[in-house]
Design a protein around this ligand. Structure first.
Ligand SMILES: *Cc1c(COP(=O)(O)O)cnc(C)c1O
Length: 223
């Protein structure tokens, strides 16, 4: 199947309230344009340099989500160019995004990444860290950053019950924060989970952003 047909097919089967992020990391600008021509406007990248090159070259009405682990020394060039940083995995990173956004005179939308998967290698806050962060109202120090929700990944396993359990856990954390009216969070309403192999389960468990790469663009060829 071609990229445009993959996009059109996904748009048909994904519920209307769910935002599809086409994860284009490691894929060429030409491939992104093919998806763009099919109507896709939201793309996900995970490496700063690669993102910046594509950002310069591609249409300006694309909404870029940054979804990879972000080193603190690479924050500045992203600010004002990304529409959502989904992968905020430490308070230090959050504070830096806030400082750079303030300096640049923009407000940056972010998601906090939560770690529930069994792999040690996945980045993110542990669930209790996120809950503490909100209960202690540490988000109130932010001046130019909106925390819009939570991003998470399921364990990399064939065990479907474990995948569903991971998504349920991520949804629970999201709901606990969202339903705590004392926090007064405003628009805390985005739950990003699910990739090519597991997005159906994620949507069943309440995801309203899904991040799909290989099911659109084919396998990634890593250099
Ligand atoms: C690469 C990546 C995806 C997309 O993965 P596919 O399996 O190709 O759909 C989604 N989310 C994150 C955080 C990624 O790094």
């Amino acid at each position: 199947m071609s990229i445009s047909r993959n996009i059109l097919h996904l748009k048909e089967i994904i519920p209307e309230n769910v935002t599809l992020v086409a994860v284009s990391k490691f894929h060429s600008p030409e491939s992104i344009l093919e998806a763009y021509e099919a109507g896709q406007r939201v793309f996900g990248e995970s490496r700063v340099q690669e993102f910046l090159e594509k950002y310069e070259e591609l249409p300006k009405d694309i909404k870029w989500h940054f979804i990879g682990h972000l080193q603190t020394n690479k924050v500045k060039p992203l600010i004002g160019k990304v529409s959502l940083i989904e992968s905020v995995d430490s308070e230090r990173l959050l504070e830096l995004i806030d400082r750079e956004s303030l300096k640049a005179g923009v407000v940056t939308d972010v998601l906090l990444q939560v770690h529930v998967a069994m792999e040690e290698t996945k980045f993110g806050f542990y669930p209790e860290e996120i809950i503490d962060f909100f209960n202690e109202r540490r988000f109130e120090n932010l001046k130019a950053t909106n925390i819009c929700g939570i991003m998470g990944m399921a364990s990399n396993t064939d065990d479907i019950s474990r995948i569903k359990e991971d998504f349920r856990k991520i949804h629970e954390i999201y709901s606990e924060i969202r339903n705590n009216k004392d926090l007064n969070l405003g628009k805390f309403d985005r739950l990003s989970m699910g990739m090519s192999g597991d997005w159906q389960f994620a949507v069943e468990e309440g995801a309203n952003i899904i991040r799909i790469g290989s099911a659109i663009f084919g396998e990634r060829i890593y250099p």
